[in-house]
Each structure stands twice: as C-alpha cells, then as structure tokens.
Design a protein around this ligand. Structure first.
Ligand SMILES: Cc1ncc(C[n+]2csc(CCOP(=O)(O)OP(=O)(O)O)c2C)c(N)n1
Ligand code: SF4
Length: 282
C-alpha cells in the first residue's frame, strides 16, 4: 500500500484510493490568504465529487467576481469566471443548453446578494436544476473588507469604521421565501458535514441553495472568525418530516449558525421537466 502525506492520515495509513478526491483539484495553487475558509469549502467539494463519482468532463463550476470567483480555477473540471453577480444566470443558461452536465454556481455574499441579488428569486421559482454555493463570509473580501449584505449590524468594517448601520439579510429566510426547493447551510470548518450537504444538493432535482459560513481571516477579526464559528455552530437535526416550510422558517430565525438541510421538496418538478411536459401537451 502506498503511503501518502500526513495531512490525510487519520489513525490508519491513507491509501491512494482514499485520497483520490485530489484528482478534482486543478494544478493551480489557490491564491487565497492562508487560513481562508474557502480552502475548507473546495476540500468538501472535491470529496463530494469523488463520492458521487462525477466525471471531470461532466462538471462545470461557474463563478462571479470576488475571492470566491477564483474557485473554478482550482477545480479540475470545466469552469467559467463570469461577471460580478452573474454566476446564477450563466449557470442557468448552461444547464438549459446542456442538461447532462452537473452545473455548480458559486458566489460570495456581495456577489450573490448585492449586485447579483435579483437573480436568486427567478432561479428559485423556476426551479432550475443547478447547485448554488454561497460562500458567505459576511464581508467583501477581494475589494478589502467593505460591508456586504450579510455583515452584522454595527460590525466595524473598512467601509463603516464606526459600525455597519444596516440590518443584514438572512440568506436562508430569503431562499425559503423565494421557494427554493432545497435550502441548506454548511460550515467551512466541517468539510465532512459540508461534503454531505453538497452531495445532497447535487443529487436534488431542482434548484439547491447552500449557504456556507466561512471566515475571511484577513478582513474580519471580530465576527465570522474560526473561533466564533466553531463555538456557535450546531446541528439542526431536523427529521425529514420536519423539513417543511414552517419549521424551516422558524429554524432560520435563530441566528445564524444552525447547520444542515432546512428544507427540501422532492416532489416538485424542475424546470426542464416542466418544459418537457408542456411541450408534450402541445
Ligand atoms: C460591476 C462591478 N462592480 C464592482 C466590482 C468590484 N468588486 C469586485 S469583487 C466585489 C465584492 C466581493 O465580495 P464578495 O462577493 O462577498 O466575495 P469575496 O471576495 O468575499 O469572496 C466587488 C464590489 C466589480 N468587479 N464589478
Ligand atoms: S481576503 Fe478574505 S475571502 Fe479573500 S482570500 Fe483572503 S481571507 Fe479569503
């Protein structure tokens, strides 16, 4: 048995087979800051792809602009680094043209909920069969620490040194209100749990919304830190029966670290199924 680097050793020797999720990592080394939560997210993503046995050529990762926008560069698959806020419409168009592909849209909280916020209701109500990963560090990372739509009220940022005057959006409540058919929250510090959520979202037939709590270690030393996340995340533990809108909304009210699947509607047809049905009825 071939022995591999110590970072993947648990209490037994890792084998080539056990770490072959690394095949989903591209040859480009991530340019993210050391300690950034995004490393944990792509780790979970690679592992989810491996366990679902996705073929490289069947994966497309579509991003907007931001530190999160660089994600497709680090995945050994097809990718598309689009305009600021536009990962969802580009990913939607791609899925409509190539239904056979596994299409992932990636965006930061600024990208997805600020400039690109108008796309979310439409992909959700149409139930287009893509998986959306919201890299939510509650700050603009790339542009150096301005307040975003999810920055907590009164948090001091580079754009609001006296404190953020705005009330933050709650992405889970937003996705539920827009009728997304799969709504979940993961955490960058738990790649195993996040991997399971990404797998479930990928297998879901319809729009999957996954908020991922992650620290920006460079521009947020106060709120969404590794320490704060670690101390406050808890398992939602909702049973399948409890994954209804009312329970999900109530769970989403609790600020903000419950992890797991809030809601899933497995009966609702996705967009292309609806189109097929309508066209067949012609
Ligand atoms: C049209 C347009 N407006 C503004 C910008 C500047 N800009 C680039 S990234 C970004 C925000 C990034 O923050 P976020 O989406 O939270 O992603 P992160 O960098 O934290 O991953 C902004 C405002 C831009 N590139 N294009
Ligand atoms: S600025 Fe923040 S989000 Fe961007 S790479 Fe650095 S730690 Fe990550």
């Amino acid at each position: 048995m071939e022995q591999i680097g110590s970072e993947y050793l648990d209490d037994k020797l890792a084998t080539v087979k056990e770490i072959d999720f690394l095949q989903y990592r591209s040859g480009d080394l991530p340019t993210w800051c050391p300690g950034c939560g995004y490393f944990g997210i792509v780790d979970a993503f690679y592992k989810a792809c491996r366990e679902l046995e996705l073929k490289h050529e069947d994966i497309v990762a579509v991003s907007g602009i931001g530190c999160s926008g660089r994600t497709p560069i680090f995945i050994n698959s097809y990718g598309f680094h689009t305009l600021h806020g536009r990962s969802i419409p580009v990913a939607s168009g791609l899925k409509l043209a190539r239904e056979d592909l596994n299409v992932f849209a990636v965006a930061g909280d600024g990208d997805a909920l600020g400039i690109g916020g108008g796309h979310l209701p439409h992909v959700a109500r149409k139930n287009i069969n893509i998986t959306f990963l919201l890299f939510d560090n509650s700050i603009y990372g790339l542009t150096k620490g301005q307040s975003s739509s999810t920055t907590p009220h009164e948090q001091k940022t580079n754009s609001h040194p006296a404190g953020n005057p705005d009330k933050p959006l709650n992405p889970i409540k937003l996705a539920l209100s827009y009728d997304a058919s799969f709504v979940a929250r993961g955490y960058a510090g738990d790649p195993q749990g996040l991997k399971e959520i990404i797998k479930a979202g990928t297998l879901h037939k319809g729009f999957s919304f996954i908020q991922i709590l992650t620290p920006c270690v460079t521009f947020d030393k106060e709120y969404r830190t590794w320490k704060n996340l670690k101390e406050n995340v808890y398992d939602l533990n909702l049973s399948v029966k409890e994954k209804n809108m009312e329970t999900a909304m109530r769970a989403a009210e609790n600020e903000p670290f419950g992890i797991g699947i809030f809601f899933q509607d497995t009966n609702r047809p996705h967009y292309q199924d609806i189109l097929r049905r309508l066209n067949a009825a012609d």
